[in-house]
Write a protein that binds this ligand. Structure first.
Ligand code: DAH
Length: 355
């Protein structure tokens, strides 16, 4: 019995000495020290011995078990250490190597334009405000002197929200994606803080898509309301903005026009940067403009009915309003020569990274 045990110990120590990997270590442990391993099997034979022999052999068996366990522990420590050394060798880091520079993006050119536009207006006291981009048709149309079913509404090719196949209705009428930022006019008046010098910049939505039209675009809406506001102030604000944003070389023209929510009303045009105001590029009709002029947007003196809708007395207060497209305004500035407005939102980095 003793010989068997000592032979087993010798064999186990040899095996542990040769072990190189965690898998081999585990296999050796199971073979010699496992619940059904060789040592456990040998221990079972002790039961067959008489009392004295069992005591002696039992003592040896315990020594052998302790020795083999110690060998296992030493082997395990050796394997863990060598794995750590391997990892260290593989993961060695040279901190003096040049780093990998992450790609740094920048604000989209429309966002840059919005910041610039609000900054220009801030200099003459116009405060940036935000109004809903999903709103009731009351603010988008009705309060702007366009009663329900009025044909003027057709000019704004409006998206309506649906609720289970029906046009969704809210507290103040149908729910629309705002087709213009003019919905901010009466909302601003309802705040009841006067005088008003607001610049509302937001997203607008219309059913349209072409080289000149986007289904989603941005407008900025100016509104000034006070006592004794006249067209003179309106013109002064236009002039200030155009000088600051476009520079002195861009031409503008004010055309009489008609809007339901202003009286009198105007359209402001500015000369096209793609064709330099000529209407042609390489002898071909310019894709961006009509005859060298681009329409920036509308303006006018706030209609008395709109003031009333905002809770203001038109005999006391007067005001002017204007609304222009951000994308168009930005593209008309010299230096940005794109002949299809949809390029702005195609997310092509070859285009976007240029600005
Ligand atoms: N909301 C008009 C549009 O989207 C533009 C406009 C015209 C805004 C006249 C105004 C205004 O504030 O007075 O076409």
């Amino acid at each position: 019995m003793q010989d068997v045990l000592l032979q087993l110990q010798k064999e186990a120590l040899d095996v542990f000495l040769k072990v190189q990997t965690p898998e081999e270590l585990e296999a050796a442990r199971v073979e010699y020290l496992g619940r059904k391993g060789r040592l456990a099997e040998a221990m079972k034979d002790l039961a067959a011995l008489d009392v004295d022999a069992r005591r002696d052999a039992g003592k040896i068996a315990n020594d052998v078990k302790r020795t083999v366990e110690a060998s296992f522990a030493a082997t395990e420590a050796r394997i863990v250490e060598s794995a750590a050394e391997d990892r260290q060798a593989q993961e060695w880091l040279d901190v003096s190597l040049p780093g990998v520079v992450p790609a740094v993006g920048h604000l989209h050119l429309t966002t840059q334009a919005i910041d610039e536009i609000s900054d220009i207006f801030a200099h003459i006291g116009f405060v940036r405000s935000r109004h809903p981009e999903v709103d009731w048709d009351y603010y988008a149309f009705e309060s702007l002197n366009m009663p329900k079913e009025h044909p003027a509404r057709d000019e704004w090719e409006t998206f309506f929200a649906e609720d289970e196949g029906e046009i969704a209705l809210g507290e103040k009428g149908k729910i629309v994606l705002t087709p213009h930022t003019s919905n901010g006019q009466v909302r601003e008046m309802e705040k009841g803080v006067l005088p008003i010098r607001m610049i509302n910049i937001g997203k607008c939505y219309r059913r349209q898509a072409s080289a000149r039209h986007l289904p989603m675009f941005h407008q900025f809406e100016g509104l000034m309301v006070d006592t004794n506001v006249s067209v003179t102030e309106l013109k002064g604000v236009f002039d200030y903005f155009v000088k600051r944003y476009f520079g002195a070389n861009r031409e503008t023209r004010l055309r009489p026009y008609h809007f339901r929510f202003t009286e009198p009303s105007f359209e402001l045009d500015i000369s096209c940067a793609v064709c330099d105001g000529t209407g042609k590029v390489d002898g071909v009709k310019c894709k961006l403009c009509k005859g060298g002029w681009l329409e920036l947007g509308g303006a006018g003196m706030v209609h008395p009915n709109v003031l009333k809708a905002g809770g203001l007395d038109p005999d006391v207060y007067t005001g002017f309003a204007f609304g222009w497209g951000v994308e168009r305004t930005m593209m008309m500035r010299s230096g940005i020569n794109i002949d299809d407005i949809r390029t702005l939102y195609k997310n092509d980095l070859r285009f976007l990274s240029q600005f």
